[in-house]
Design a protein around this ligand. Structure first.
Ligand code: ADP
Ligand code: 5GP
Length: 217
């Protein structure tokens, strides 16, 4: 009894890391994790990629849960599932979240059901995740996870992009995102691929090439 209680506690405190690695044999589809600092262009690249005629038949985009506030133009259930902290905790306890992270005090998590069902069907899925999420998916699905790091051209450009994305993002949050970005950039060499997102069309072409090559391999 004591041990079971301890294990349960451990799972919740494990910061998104499931205690048991899942069976890879069940999952046929590929997982593409797009990661990199906030503002580097992950969301833009993945959204544009799945609009591509060829790619749209092959790849779906995972939608995360988040407790952060909605940005102008973001839609419930399309960009994110915006939930309260209580709802997030309830889903976590019910094991409905495959992996999760805490970023600037907000919670973000991947709904488990959609991912597992789609992978079993052999569908390929694209994710935009922080570094921790990328590492966790690679750990759960080591053979079919491909990680891509998106690099901004410079920290100055990154700042401009973060500020430009949402004028209402307060200065403190922009500074926090930039501070984190400096650290996150150091992780780039650990990824399967790195893409420089200077010219969007060039970066998009590179991402498409990576995805097609991996799906066909
Ligand atoms: P992330 O998902 O990594 O936080 P976004 O995709 O939201 O970043 O991009 C941040 C901002 O930068 C958005 O306003 C987006 O339109 C813009 N952006 C993304 N890529 C480029 C690019 N290559 N050139 C100019 N602006 C870009
Ligand atoms: P943003 O607030 O800019 O939308 O997201 C903040 C960070 O959280 C980004 O790095 C984004 O990729 C990451 N993120 C979004 N959803 C998830 C998720 O479900 N899991 C993990 N691990 N990271 C996420």
């Amino acid at each position: 009894m004591k041990t079971a209680k301890r294990q349960k506690k451990h799972k919740l405190e494990n910061n998104g890391l499931p205690s048991i690695r899942q069976s890879h044999s069940q999952s046929q589809g590929k997982i593409f994790v797009i990661s990199g600092p906030s503002g580097s262009g992950k969301t833009t690249l993945l959204s544009r990629l799945i609009q591509d005629k060829e790619i749209s038949k092959l790849l779906i985009k995972s939608r995360s849960l988040t407790t952060r506030h909605r940005r102008l133009g973001e839609r419930q259930g399309k960009d994110y599932f915006f939930v309260t902290k209580d709802e997030f905790r309830r889903l976590l306890k019910a094991k409905k979240i495959l992996e999760w992270t805490r970023y600037l005090g907000y919670y973000y998590g991947t709904p488990r059901e959609l991912v597992e069902a789609q992978l079993k069907k052999g569908r390929h899925i694209g994710f935009c995740l922080d570094l921790k999420g990328a590492a966790i998916l690679k750990k759960i699905y080591p053979k079919n996870t491909v990680t891509v790091f998106v690099l901004p051209p410079s920290l100055k450009t990154l700042k401009t992009r973060i500020e430009g994305r949402c004028k209402s993002t307060d200065k403190k949050e922009v500074a926090q995102r930039l501070r984190l970005a400096r650290r996150e950039l150091l992780a780039a060499p650990g990824f399967d691929y790195c893409i420089l997102n200077n010219n969007l069309q060039v970066a998009l072409r590179e991402l498409k090439e990576i995805v097609l090559a991996q799906i066909r391999s």
